[in-house]
Design a protein around this ligand. Structure first.
Ligand SMILES: C[S@@+](CC[C@H](N)C(=O)[O-])C[C@H]1O[C@@H](n2cnc3c(N)ncnc32)[C@H](O)[C@@H]1O
Length: 319
């Protein structure tokens, strides 16, 4: 099954955009989209329909693994993990291989089934096919992972969800979010594919309202690499008549061209575009490491915990 063409990349071409007051997503359409999504790594990564080889999803996954591994390295094997909006369960499986207990929550039945096929052999995993907003987390969590979930929730629900987590977190717990971001403000896309893209600053303010301090923010270069390929292909599709798209060839060419130059291209290409007055890629992505604000304040006094309490905002021009 092919998912509808994702509107992930060139935001300008995606009608209609709502700006100004906090945009409201239509959750029934969000769910409808994910119910039709491709149950593969490329589907939840929004990399379907560009002619990329399956290895493109794996390459991004391995790139992200390096960042995530650094963030969670201080956690003990006895840690309990909660993976919210877990898609086909690639991260659930990754955590199951490292930690004592993992719970994963995914609303889309088709993605849930794919996750079940992948993860049911792990004794330490519990899977839930439900909406994260109606899920009651249990206490004792050492790691909560939200991989591309908050962009499908309205501001109010982001706060409610995060506030509900606070009493369930162990004192040294990490909440790790990976979210698509824009350079400034908020942009909501309200067609069949509903999503809200927020800037790092907007996230920072919503997270603070929810009672969380941001321990670190880091650009997701593996995402930026894939996103540049997606945006190149979208441009190609607008410039070239349908019958000449040759996506399997062009997609592979774009993917391999970028892959061979990774990771320095994720810095150089946005920088070159910025010199010409363009913001490319239009969408970026960041890892946010969070802790309840009370704790962030204590740690600031105590000194660094997991990562230095400074903002690790690398690759300034990719933001
Ligand atoms: C971008 S995908 C990311 C999947 C996975 N975390 C990963 O990194 O591969 C977002 C996922 O969140 C799920 N999702 C969105 N809104 C949800 C909700 N309210 N409750 C549960 N899952 C939700 C979608 O079905 C989709 O699987």
């Amino acid at each position: 099954m092919t998912a509808p063409m994702p509107h992930q990349g060139t935001v300008q071409s995606t009608p209609p955009l709502a700006t100004g007051s906090p945009p409201q997503l239509d959750y029934s359409r969000v769910q409808a989209y994910w119910t039709r999504a491709q149950p593969s790594l490329l589907g939840p990564y929004m990399m379907d329909g560009f002619g990329f080889p399956a290895g493109a999803g794996r390459f991004r996954f391995h790139g992200e693994q390096k960042s995530i591994a650094r963030t969670i390295q201080s956690l003990a094997p006895s840690t309990s993990v909660l993976d919210l909006g877990s898609g086909v369960g690639v991260w659930t499986e990754y955590f199951a291989q490292r930690f004592a207990k993992v719970a994963a929550v995914e609303a889309s039945p088709i993605l849930y089934e794919a996750m079940k096929a992948r993860c049911s052999r792990y004794q330490n995993v519990t899977l839930h096919n439900r909406d994260v907003l109606s899920f009651e987390p249990t206490r004792g969590l050492g790691l909560v992972f939200l991989g591309g979930l908050l962009m499908y929730l309205n501001d109010h629900d982001v706060r409610v969800l995060l506030q509900r987590l606070i009493p369930c977190l162990e004192p040294e717990a990490i909440v790790l979010c990976r979210e698509s971001t824009i350079r400034r403000g908020v942009k909501a896309i309200q067609g069949d594919y509903q999503v809200v893209y927020r800037s790092v600053e907007t996230y920072r303010s919503i997270l603070a309202d929810a009672g969380f301090g941001v321990v670190s923010v880091q650009a997701n270069t593996a995402y930026i690499n894939a996103q540049m390929a997606c945006e190149f292909i979208k441009k190609w599709k607008t410039l070239v008549p349908d019958r000449f798209h040759c996506l399997p060839a062009v997609g592979r060419f774009a993917y391999w061209g970028l892959r061979l130059c990774y990771p320095w291209n994720t810095r150089l290409i946005p920088w070159l575009f910025a010199r010409m007055g363009y913001e490319f890629p239009s969408l970026t992505n960041h890892f946010f490491v969070l802790q309840p604000s009370r704790q962030t304040a204590t740690n600031r006094r105590k000194q660094p915990l997991h990562t230095p309490l400074i903002e690790n905002e690398r690759f300034e021009n990719a933001r």
